[in-house]
Write a protein that binds this ligand. Structure first.
Ligand SMILES: [Mg+2]
Length: 384
């Protein structure tokens, strides 16, 4: 098999939100599931493949979806679950690839150019990544491999669900030719409408010399860029998405509170989940901010640096508790509390002692498998 000058892999989870709903509640497996808000004002956020056959698509009102599919099972969005699945998939892609660019919670591009020695057959690489994601998350995804991002993305869209496609170098233009023009990046619905009126419907039409004068009136000088894409020439690099600069969580209480112990428990809970996220991403926080909003919507906050970057919640807690106590005023009533971590850095080894690190790793494994609610921080002193 000859070496590709560039190899880009695109992955996209099939019906991520509804598949996640089935993971959370396996009894939904054979049901027509959609994720969205309740009628009368709710909107469908995502529809399973079974529901799509009824004409239910994302962004339509839930009331209309229920008319199209009366036995529709409506599930509310579960962002912490999506986030957890995303983190698990990111661990898989980081294991395989030197550079990964996640463009949404369930879509990524990876540069596989340097993996060709290890995986001379791109089909095998694609299958391994699919299997690893399924193993880690129980989610199925569609993967396509091509010499550029746009061809890989279009190929994946054409092979959903549970698909695997390889578009060999030199076959890009032939693969793209019969696809609708609007599947090319940069051709929005409005341009597609204009093109449709001109009789330009498929990507191959964009390369037809007889149509060129007309196409030039639509795009002017940009036509050459569009034509390069239509031939599958796309040098857009995989840009690893920026490292997270901060990580935080806050909540608004149902009733204003002046209960200091309750506020401490709330922040201690956030700290446990956030520190878990830091460890999962291999990060440590150099600083934190505690924020409170009082009944009159006045915001007060305290920012502090840790003596060294940390991701062990028991070690972080005393400083955070002290900052919280410093913010609380005796007669204050509070409607919101939150913590944000800043100055995030890759965690160096030896940040905490070995035994402790093993205990945390074991806890993280449990949280990862069963969710943050599954574990009390037993064995870890709540207030070290
Ligand atoms: Mg998807």
């Amino acid at each position: 098999m000859s070496r590709w000058f560039r190899q880009i892999l695109f992955g996209d989870v099939d019906a991520m939100f509804t598949s996640a709903a089935v993971l959370a509640n396996p009894a939904l497996a054979s049901k027509p599931v959609a994720v969205g808000g309740r009628p009368p004002r709710g909107i469908i956020a995502a529809a399973s493949y079974a529901v799509r056959t009824y004409g239910v698509t994302s962004a339509i009102p839930t009331a209309q979806a229920l008319k199209l599919c009366p036995h529709l099972v409506l599930v509310p969005p579960d962002r912490p679950l999506y986030r957890r699945l995303h983190d698990q998939m990111r661990e898989v892609t980081d294991r395989f690839f030197p550079a990964v660019e996640w463009t949404s919670i369930d879509e990524f591009y990876a540069d596989a150019t340097d993996l060709q020695t290890l995986y001379p057959d791109p089909m095998l690489l694609g299958q391994r990544v699919k299997d690893a994601i399924l193993e880690a998350t129980d989610l199925r995804c569609t993967i396509a491999i091509a010499t550029g991002k746009s061809v890989a993305k279009i190929a994946a869209d054409a092979h959903k669900p549970d698909g695997l496609a390889v578009i060999e170098p030199g076959t890009e233009a032939a693969f793209l030719a019969p696809r609708p023009v609007k599947s090319l990046p940069g051709i929005g619905p409005k341009t597609a409408e204009t093109l449709d009126r001109l009789g330009v419907r498929v990507i191959g039409d964009l390369l037809d010399p007889r149509l060129e004068p007309m196409l030039r009136r639509v795009w002017g000088k940009r036509l050459s860029v569009i034509q390069a894409l239509a031939q599958g020439r796309d040098h857009d690099p995989v840009v690893p998405d920026r490292e997270r600069k901060s990580l935080g969580h806050e909540t608004t209480f149902e009733q204003d509170t002046n209960d200091a112990a309750f506020l401490e428990r709330t922040l201690r809970g956030f700290l446990g989940e956030l520190a878990h996220e830091l460890r999962m991403e291999g990060l440590a926080a150099g600083s934190f901010t505690v924020k409170l909003k009082d009944a009159a919507h006045r915001i007060t906050s305290k920012q502090r640096h840790f003596p060294q970057p940390l991701n062990d919640d028991a070690v972080m807690w005393p400083d955070i508790r002290e900052a919280l106590r410093g913010l609380l005023s005796p007669r204050g009533r509070y409607r919101l509390a939150g913590i944000t971590f800043g100055d995030l850095l890759p965690a160096a080894g030896g940040l905490f002692d070995r035994r402790r690190s093993h205990a945390l790793a074991a806890m993280d494994a449990i949280i990862k498998k069963h969710g943050p609610k599954a574990i009390r921080l037993g064995g870890t002193p709540e207030t070290a």
